[in-house]
Design a protein around this ligand. Structure first.
Ligand SMILES: Nc1nc(=O)c2c([nH]1)NC[C@@H]1CN(c3ccc(C(=O)N[C@@H](CCC(=O)O)C(=O)O)cc3)CN21
Ligand SMILES: CC(C)C(=O)C(=O)O
Ligand SMILES: [Mg+2]
Length: 289
């Protein structure tokens, strides 16, 4: 994998404008929750491409290069087949397209579970290839030792508990979690273990509101909810879901737009203009000398 950073010339004398906005940092995100209170909720969206990152960056605190790109970009049936190369390449694009948000990269299934050492190697590879600041990995208590290993060696880690999509084959689907007392206790315990291991924030996915409240109270670091009610310290959504780009979306998605319909209608218009030879028209012609 090649390292393909772009030189940041935004502050050079050759290119004095626009005024550089310093990128947010992991400690600043962590510090948004003080004594259990987050005054300003943390805003995170997924991004997979440079242009998407450019458009989202000014409005977000964090951009997540999610392994959901498996379904959203590659048409895969789950996040299980997602590879390190996919994550590294999309992460590099998102870093190039952003200069404000903290970029977090999902560790793909199979790259980190076997040992803390394997996880460190994979995380370092992703950060070196992309310039992203942090990784996210799924799992609670079982991953706490790994989280501590990474954080102590310079890699910030975001946790992910509740509905963990990489465990789809164990869970048997994508149903909400935390409905039984035992399951609720397990999720709170998972979050506590991650925080003790040094996670700077924790995604809480697909849980009933009382669990979101319990987890958010139980840990000092910020919780970022998806399908976990408004009672978290921040929220994340898959951008394509929010835009109405992805056809089947979970219940927790709010479709703010219907981009898919716009794209279909535009393609239909273009196709009919080509077929009736009205495109290209005079405005699109190169003029002879
Ligand atoms: N486009 C997209 N959006 C996501 O939120 C997302 C991904 N992809 N890929 C990775 C995971 C998978 N996630 C999912 C996928 C499906 C459901 C879903 O269909 N849930 C149903 C209930 C299913 C059940 O009860 O078995 C729902 O109605 O919410 C939820 C989360 C969340 N993540
Ligand atoms: C849904 C978010 C939290 C995620 O893990 C992803 O996009 O892969
Ligand atoms: Mg993910």
């Amino acid at each position: 994998m090649s390292t393909t950073f772009q030189l940041d010339t935004s502050t050079s004398r050759a290119n004095p404008t626009p005024a550089p906005m310093r990128r947010l940092t992991v400690p600043k995100i962590r510090a948004r929750k003080v004594d259990g209170v987050t005054e300003e909720p943390i805003v995170m969206l997924t991004a997979y491409t440079a242009r998407q990152a450019q458009l989202l960056d000014p409005h977000c605190d964090l951009l997540l290069v999610g392994d959901s790109l498996g379904q959203v970009i590659y048409g895969l049936p789950s996040t299980i087949p997602v590879t390190m190369d996919m994550m590294a390449n999309h992460a590099a694009a998102v870093v190039r397209g952003s200069y404000h948000s903290v970029v977090v990269v999902d560790m793909p299934f199979g790259a980190y579970e076997a040992s803390p050492q394997a996880a460190f190697e994979a995380a370092a590879t992703l950060l070196k290839a992309s310039g992203a600041a942090a990784v996210k990995l799924e799992g609670g208590e079982a991953m706490a030792e790994t989280v501590e290993f990474l954080v102590q060696r310079g890699i910030p880690v975001m946790g992910h508990v509740g509905l963990t999509p990489q465990a789809v084959n164990v869970l048997g689907g994508y149903a909400a979690r935390g409905r039984s007392d035992a399951e609720a206790d397990k999720i709170v315990g998972d979050a506590k273990a991650l925080e003790a291991a040094g996670a700077f924030a924790i995604v809480v996915e697909g849980v009933v509101e009382p669990i979101a409240i319990a987890v958010t109270k139980a840990v000092a670091c910020p919780t970022i909810g998806i399908g976990a009610s408004a009672r978290c310290d921040g929220q994340v959504l898959v951008t394509d879901d929010m835009l109405g780009m992805f056809e089947r979306v979970p219940r927790f998605v709010k479709r703010y737009e219907d981009i898919a319909t716009t794209i279909s209608a535009t393609a239909e218009k273009y196709a009919s203009e080509v077929r009736e030879r009205s495109f290209p028209g005079p405005d699109q012609l190169y003029q002879p000398k």
